[in-house]
Design a protein around this ligand. Structure first.
Ligand code: ADP
Length: 664
């Protein structure tokens, strides 16, 4: 078919093409003159049809400064195609410069020679799309940021979760610990209750008195039987009463002590404290060892006082008795002049008493050698043997001489007891030393006396025996004279014996305090005469009596007779060459003094003090004359029993005056 009548003119064709919704324009020349543009393109530009035939720069002056005009030039001149998507372009639409976004293409349309003769300009307004994409982009960005934030906070949450887990674990551990400590506390509590029960039981059964007293109110919280026993109270009196209401008699002494313990918190201890306690109505002296122990509460304040009291009365009394006994025995030992030694047998070192040192004349504690050196040479062997014997038998005994003072013999008697250790080895020796010098002297005197007495008695008895034998021989043929002489001699011997026996009897009576005074009034000078007469008949001496011849005394005449006889007999015996013997009676206030003076040899001063001792004789050998050394001793006893005094004044070579003084 012939389609020619249907074919469109170029103009029609262009108009048809321009009807499309796709914005489209055709440009020519280097300046991109708009030859054709459809309405869609003109709308895009925001212009009207007046732009047709204008260069692009004239049609859209707002493009100046934008790359599009240059791009057209390049397409035209170089035949390249430019295209772009979402390309921004600033256009004045509705009188306002706005930015729009386009997908565009500037395509060169070329002839057969490749020369560009038109530019096809297509553009799609994608502003809406662009903006929504931009918003989307923005949204995505925001979302990403949000996401990131979320991730971060997620991280934080994770971290805090971890922390939480850790805390949880810790909490669990703490809970476990708490559970354990609770268990422990429970156990401790149980144990505490048990131990408290045990403690109370212990308190109750303790042999020592225990009392728990509240610090604030001084009420007794706990008390045991031993304490009740100590204070002598029954349990029921403790109800709602303070300790001092219960034992008021102890308050004065103990309340200040207890207050002090509560205030200071310091323990108070006392030993053998003496207190008078009223036990069952009786005041008793009691000795206590006690402790006030403060019991502290939470704030370290004293909230109770634990009193421990132990009665030691029996012990203290027993000890006091022992101390007294010890004191007594010490006094007795001192009074008896007994020295004490305690010899360590291992070291040989003795511990000695003061008296021991006094006896040995030592001024410092001795060692064994010092003591041995003081023992008389002749007795050292004996002493050593006694010590050796003591180690065997356990008992020491010896008497020995020591030279404690130069040139003076002191006799000692040592006695001791050996103490052994568990192995039966002698360990120490405890003993005494006694100065027995006086005893030894007395013993010596006694021995002397016995030999003298025997001798004295033997002499008259021998002569009596001789007289009797002679009388027996001559009894038939004897002369009267001879018999008479022998009888006379025998009588003398018997008198001598009976005088000696009388002296001995007197001594034994004196020793038994058996002399009874039989007092009467008599004229003293008459008694002196009666005593002197028979003596002066036998002796060669002239006895002169002077003084208060009328003086009367109240005394035992027989005993005073004995004294005068002794004085006169001694004067005759020991002053044989003295021609006269003077007896003087004088008065001194309420006393009478009778003295007998001879002009004999006298008596050395140092011996005078012993003259009145028993058995004492100035010359024990008996050269001076026979005697037992008893006469003056008896005289002293007689005068003393009359409450008088007796004495001697004598000077060697000049004579002696023996005197006595009696109260009138
Ligand atoms: P007796 O005469 O038996 O020895 P006495 O006690 O009478 O004992 O005397 C003690 C000692 O006193 C005598 O041994 C003698 O040594 C001394 N004596 C006593 N009288 C005298 C005297 N007149 N002159 C010197 N010596 C005397």
């Amino acid at each position: 078919m012939d389609i020619s009548p249907y074919l469109l003119t170029d103009k029609q064709l262009i108009d048809v093409l321009c009807m499309g919704h796709q914005p489209m324009a055709v440009h020519v020349s280097e300046d991109a003159v708009i030859q054709a543009a459809n309405d869609a393109m003109i709308n895009v530009w925001g212009k009207n049809r007046s732009v047709i035939g204008k260069s692009l720069a004239d049609a859209l002056p707002e493009l100046e400064g934008q790359p599009f005009i240059d791009m057209f030039k390049q397409v035209w001149n170089e035949g390249v195609t430019f295209s772009g998507t979402d390309t921004p372009a600033d256009l004045v639409v509705n009188g306002i410069l706005q930015t729009f976004y386009f997908d565009f293409e500037y395509r060169p349309i070329k002839d057969a020679d490749g020369k560009t003769y038109a530019i096809l300009h297509t553009a799609t307004d994608v502003t809406e799309r662009y903006h929504s994409r931009f918003r989307e982009q923005k949204l995505i960005e925001e979302l990403t940021a949000l996401n990131e934030e979320l991730t971060a906070s997620n991280e934080e949450v994770r971290a805090s979760n971890e922390e939480l887990a850790a805390i949880n674990e810790e909490l669990q551990a703490i809970t476990e610990e708490l559970r354990l400590s609770e268990e422990f506390l429970q156990n401790a509590n149980n144990e505490l209750s048990i131990s408290e029960a045990r403690f109370r039981q212990l308190i109750r059964q303790a042999p020592v008195g225990i009392c728990l007293i509240g610090a604030g109110d001084l009420m007794v919280q706990e008390v045991n039987d031993a304490y009740l026993h100590v204070i002598g109270r029954s349990r029921d009196v403790f109800e709602k009463r303070t300790i001092w209401e219960i034992v008021p008699e102890a308050a004065e002494a103990y309340a200040p002590i207890m207050n002090g313990v509560i205030e200071t918190g310091n323990t108070f201890t006392a030993n053998e404290h003496r207190v008078i306690l009223n036990r069952e109505g009786n005041d008793e002296e009691v000795y206590l060892n006690f402790v006030y122990e403060p019991i502290r509460g939470h704030a370290d304040t004293v909230n109770a006082v634990l009193v421990l009291a132990f009665e030691v009365t029996d012990m203290v009394i027993a000890r006091k008795k022992i101390e007294q006994a010890e004191e007594r025995s010490r006094l007795a030992v001192d009074a008896a002049g007994i020295g004490i030694f305690d010899l360590d047998l291992d070291t040989g070192i003795p511990v000695v008493s003061g008296k021991f040192n006094e006896i040995f004349n030592l001024d410092s504690p001795p060692d064994q050698d010092t003591v041995t050196a003081l023992v008389h040479e002749e007795d050292r062997q004996l002493r050593a043997e006694a010590h050796a014997e003591a180690l065997r038998t356990g008992h020491l005994f010896y008497e020995a001489r020591i030279l404690a003072q130069p040139d003076t013999i002191t006799w000692i008697r040592a006695q001791g007891k050996v103490f052994y250790n568990e192995d039966n080895r002698p360990e120490r020796m405890l003993g005494t030393v006694l100065d027995i010098t006086a005893y030894k002297e007395l013993q010596q005197q006694k021995d002397d006396f016995i030999s003298i007495a025997s001798h004295e008695l033997k002499t008259p008895i021998t002569s009596l025996k001789a007289s009797l034998q002679l009388m027996d021989k001559i009894k038939d043929k004897a002369e009267q004279n001879m018999i008479a002489k022998l009888i006379m001699q025998s009588r003398k011997s018997v008198e001598r014996v009976s005088a000696l026996v009388e002296d001995l009897l007197n001594v034994s009576r004196l020793q038994q305090s058996d002399i009874r005074l039989n007092k009467s009034y008599f004229i003293l000078s008459q008694l002196v005469n009666a005593v002197a007469n028979p003596i002066s008949i036998i002796a060669r001496h002239k006895i002169m009596i002077t003084g208060e011849l009328e003086l009367q005394v109240y005394a035992d005449e027989h005993r005073i007779d004995q004294v005068l006889t002794n004085f006169l007999n001694n004067a005759v015996k020991y002053a044989p060459l003295s021609e006269t013997i003077e007896v003087d009676i004088s008065r001194d206030d309420n006393y009478v003094i009778v003295s007998v003076t001879d002009h004999g040899p006298g008596i050395p001063l140092e011996k005078q003090e012993h003259l009145f001792d028993r058995y004492y004789r100035v010359d024990p050998s008996g050269h001076q004359g026979s005697g037992l050394g008893l006469g003056l001793y008896i005289c002293d006893e007689i005068i003393t029993r009359h409450n008088g005094t007796i004495g001697v004044n004598s000077e060697e070579g000049k004579g002696s005056t023996f005197w006595f003084r009696l109260p009138l």
